[in-house]
Design a protein. Sequence first.
Length: 188
Amino acid sequence: MKIERILPFARTLLSQAISPGEVAVDATVGNGHDTLFLANLVGETGHVYGFDIQDEAIMNTQSKLQEKDLLHRVTLLHKGHEHVSEHVPTKVSGAIFNLGYLPGGDKAIVTTPPTTISAVKQILSLLKPEGIIVIVVYHGHPEGQEERDQLLTFVESIDQQEAHVLQYKFLNQQNNPPFIIAIEKRSP
């Protein structure tokens, strides 16, 4: 057995929760890697809603989806993820966040605790039973450390009757390696 690294484990969790024909959310589309992954998971009859506040992220993602002829499976929204409930009209099977800043982009533009926590709350209310929210926390910068701390406080307060909350991280790596928070909605 091999211990999965952070990003492959995030995808394993999403693969177990999302089936063809279902709806998924990429709360931080970034360069489009997760959006493309989700578009393949939901299949021809499913749909992905992708959010990002940066033009560059939306353009990079749109280009990546067009190259693979998958743009028709995705609605890209040039908005912050805190607007998810205004734009996602149905129940969701899975969602992913990659917190921090756009790789290769402006490092001054980062996700923030209030908008991230608001988005997680909204998606949790939209989540189907056994659906999952996967949050990849990058905390190697001061804003990321603040967001990490506030997010951990929030998720630790989620009622265990509503959801299971998992933290997956490597304990012996240096330089603030990313880790996962996974929230799985419990069956009623």
